[in-house]
Design a protein around this ligand. Structure first.
Ligand SMILES: [Zn+2]
Ligand SMILES: [Zn+2]
Length: 269
């Protein structure tokens, strides 16, 4: 059985980047940190940028592609983005065009022996997506930057052993916080970001269906705290099944999260 792990290199509005490794295949999800930070983080895991099989991009917002302009100058590992996201990325970083492999949002493709399924997310960015990765044992799900959790996405995530799930803001902190009205409307709107309470409701459905590991991600620095995000989800999943909850820090994780080697999630009664 292959050893697989997820290691968050950056999470939140200041920059998102995650590393998924299964056996000899390593892929990034988003490149929202500087290449210098990425290089240092990968080296701590014994990897080099040029050993990546590819970079899966969720969408073209700056906090997901910040490192791209520097990356495309020196590195050749292919970039994967939906057609809509790819067009928007090329407008911002023209040199990315030669490395981009556009796909239709919702399409499934293979990358270095991994099966990658994309799904469309409700977000204010063209053809933004989340991903499911099948690499070895369990299925790994990645869903951030969604204004709400559509039933269709929740059912895609059901059956994943490990899920990275957005827990962006606490509703009261957003409401009473320093953001201007228009930004509050955007973040809390149906094409903005997922609140702690919506994350927790989805987490409960996932844990009931056998998800064993949750990694809460894309926390707002202004409108959330790691303790509040964790509390909301832990309260919702209490008693539903065994599940470990991690909160992805703004910067790199201390340790990778190892994915279970069991192929299928067991269903909890
Ligand atoms: Zn976004
Ligand atoms: Zn984002």
């Amino acid at each position: 059985m292959k050893e697989c792990y997820y290691y968050s290199i950056g999470s939140g509005s200041s920059g998102n980047c995650g590393l998924y490794v299964c056996g000899n295949t390593a892929v990034l999800i988003d490149l929202g940190v500087s290449v210098r930070r990425l290089t240092a983080a990968l080296r701590r895991r014994g990897l080099e940028i040029d050993s990546l099989a590819g970079v899966l991009i969720t969408h073209e917002h700056q906090d997901h592609i910040k490192g791209l302009a520097t990356y495309v100058k020196k590195h050749r590992a292919p970039l994967y983005a939906s057609r809509g996201a790819a067009e928007a990325i090329v407008r911002k970083v023209p040199a990315a065009a030669e490395l981009l492999h556009p796909f239709w949002g919702g399409e499934t493709f293979t990358l270095g022996g991994l099966q990658i399924e994309s799904f469309l997310t409700p977000h204010d960015s063209p053809e933004s997506v989340g991903y499911l990765i099948r690499g070895g044992g369990e299925v790994f799900g990645y869903a951030t930057d969604l204004g709400f959790m559509p039933a269709a996405i929740r059912s895609r995530l059901i059956g994943c052993g490990t899920v990275v799930l957005e827990s962006n803001h606490d509703l009261t902190m957003l409401e009473t916080g320093p953001y201007p009205y228009i930004l509050k409307q955007r973040v809390g709107g149906p094409r903005g970001h997922l609140s702690n309470v919506d994350c927790a409701a989805c987490a409960a459905a996932l844990v009931r269906s056998g998800t064993k590991t949750l990694i809460l991600a894309h926390l707002s620095e202004e409108n959330n705290t790691p303790a509040l995000a964790r509390q909301e989800t832990e309260r919702a999943i209490a008693g539903l099944g065994r599940c470990k909850v991690f909160v992805a820090p703004k910067d790199e994780m201390d340790e990778p999260v190892w994915l279970s080697e069991e192929g299928q999630c067991s269903l909890f009664a």
